[in-house]
Design a protein around this ligand. Structure first.
Ligand code: NAD
Length: 483
């Protein structure tokens, strides 16, 4: 028996009825989402604390208010976003009406991960509902407490003929993906992203894939080490490092490394105290499996700061690793935990080359007092997003798109690299072992609305004027060809 068939049929019928199309209906759903957040704030904070030991501050800024802002922005702009967009016309269509109509796709599937289990469910949901779709949400089964609130409480705030939550892990999601959807929005690992894309391909369903990130953070010699250390430590250890856009590793000169280490130690102690395990502000690793994976990474290079772990508490100390080799697992896989390796480079050119030899990252960070250095890194690399002199603040700006950038260029560079005589074997191994791409498509603010809308090309011509139209019909004599 197919456990999803009835729900899918209900949602399809609702979409077919046209009930999601009016602006009033969409606004009512968005207001429902807003009430869900306001009336269940404490419940949500408790769930996030149970799942990830998130502090009230982290839950507020990175889960609740960020989702609320997205709802507010959609409510404010809904009618403007829905408006037909007039476009310039050519000579033959001067008397006609040409415009782009934003239509809902239909039934949208949203699959969410566990690291920001509320925000990464709600932010795409806002866009999908604003665009007039029916939505099936599949939250992560790993962040169990938040999953429970999303499944049991959220539907009460939305029209249940148009929205549903389904539960399940890999097996159930695999079964769900056998069905045809009109759009699939997936946030998660590159490995599962490939499974989702392959399943979507069977139905030619369009997808957005928000995937992983091994995000480089270049620190120029010309900057204040303490300021950089504060900012990098804050964004690296936020949510205990389990953030797709967290700075994943530092690239800097050996001289800058020597200045950064005491500054990073000072920032970590100021943020989390002498015993970070007892800090209410440091999260925990989501699962035993991820804890064991991270514990394994602690043996890469040499521990310069931190390095402690406690299995009973799924605690990993804020850690900095030095003397790390490119071929070690910590430089080959997305870290997704509170571990920050430092790789040494001798120059800006070497840093840029290092970055360009890997998959295009989800985010790229550059710290320098020199605008020129920041602009050079920006100009000579590619990434989903970029932030100069800070961590992932670019993703808080709703007027900027948020998303990855696939892996075409890295593959290009890889194929250029591998056959070149003299290429070090190490390079080949590193490149072959790089984590997957950062994804495709983008969202946030109006970009979400556009992502979840089909942009329909419309031209309305006149029923009359047949004498003019007739000039194009055969037979094509020299007379009508010259017109
Ligand atoms: P994941 O890929 O393991 O799981 C994501 C979702 O896919 C979950 O809902 C899960 O139930 C489902 N899933 C897992 N295995 C599946 C399978 N075999 N078939 C079908 N569905 C399956 O990712 P995760 O561990 O939840 O999250 C961590 C990853 O997500 C990291 O790589 C991180 O970088 C990435 N991420 C990306 C963003 C972004 O915006 N780009 C945001 C957060 C997390």
């Amino acid at each position: 028996m197919d456990p999803f068939a009835d729900t899918l049929q209900r949602l399809r019928e609702a979409f077919g009825s046209g009930c999601t199309r009016p602006a009033e209906f969409r606004a009512a759903q968005l207001k429902g989402l807003s009430r869900f957040l306001q009336e269940n704030k404490q419940l949500l904070q408790e769930a996030l604390a149970q799942d990830l030991h998130k502090s009230a501050f982290e839950s507020e800024v990175s889960e609740i208010s960020i989702s609320q802002n997205e709802i507010n922005s959609a409510l404010r702009n809904l009618r403007a976003w829905m408006k037909d967009e007039k476009v310039p016309k050519n000579l033959a269509t001067q008397l006609d009406s040409a415009f782009i109509r934003k239509e809902p796709f239909g039934l949208v599937l949203i699959i969410a991960p566990w690291n920001y289990p509320l925000n990464l469910s709600l932010e795409p949901l806002v866009g999908a509902l604003a665009a007039g779709n029916c939505v099936l949400l599949k939250p992560s089964e790993i962040s169990k407490s938040t999953e429970k609130v999303l499944a049991e409480v959220l539907p009460r705030y939305l029209d249940q003929s148009c929205f549903a939550v389904v539960l399940g892990g890999p097996q159930e999601t695999g079964q769900l993906l056998e069905h045809k959807f009109d759009y699939i929005f997936f946030t998660g690992s590159p490995q599962v992203g490939k499974i989702v894309m392959a399943a979507a391909a069977k139905h030619l369903t369009p997808v957005t894939l928000e995937l992983g990130g091994k995000n480089p953070c270049y620190v120029d010699d010309n900057c204040d080490p303490q300021t950089v250390a504060n900012r990098v430590a804050f964004f690296r250890y936020f949510n205990s490092g389990q953030t797709c856009v967290a700075p994943d590793y530092i690239l800097c000169s050996p001289e800058m490394q020597a200045r950064l280490l005491p500054a990073l130690q000072s920032a970590i102690t100021r943020f989390y105290g002498e015993d970070p395990q007892s800090s209410p502000d440091l999260g925990r690793i989501i699962s035993e499996k991820n804890f064991q994976r991270l514990r394994g990474l602690l043996s890469c290079g040499r521990v310069a700061i931190g390095g402690q772990s406690d299995e009973s508490d799924r605690y990993v100390a804020p850690t900095v690793l030095v003397d790390v080799q490119e071929t070690e697992p910590v430089m080959r896989e997305e870290i997704f935990g509170p571990i920050l390796p430092i790789m040494n480079v001798r120059s800006l050119d070497e840093a840029i080359d290092f970055i360009n030899r890997r998959e295009k990252p989800l985010a790229l960070y550059t710290f320098s007092n020199s605008n020129q250095v920041v602009k050079r890194v920006l100009a000579q690399t590619s990434s989903g997003g970029f932030c100069g002199n800070d961590g992932f603040m670019h993703m808080t700006v709703a007027s900027l798109p948020f998303g990855g950038v696939g892996d075409e260029r890295a593959r290009d560079l890889r194929s250029r690299h591998l056959p070149t005589p003299g290429t070090r074997v190490n390079d080949q191994q590193v490149l072959a072992g790089c984590p997957g791409a950062s994804g495709m498509g983008s969202y946030h603010g109006k970009f979400s609305f556009d992502t979840f809308s089909h942009h329909r090309a419309c031209l309305l011509r006149r029923p009359g004027l047949e004498k003019v139209y007739a000039l194009r019909y055969p037979p094509h004599t020299p007379r009508n060809l010259s017109v």
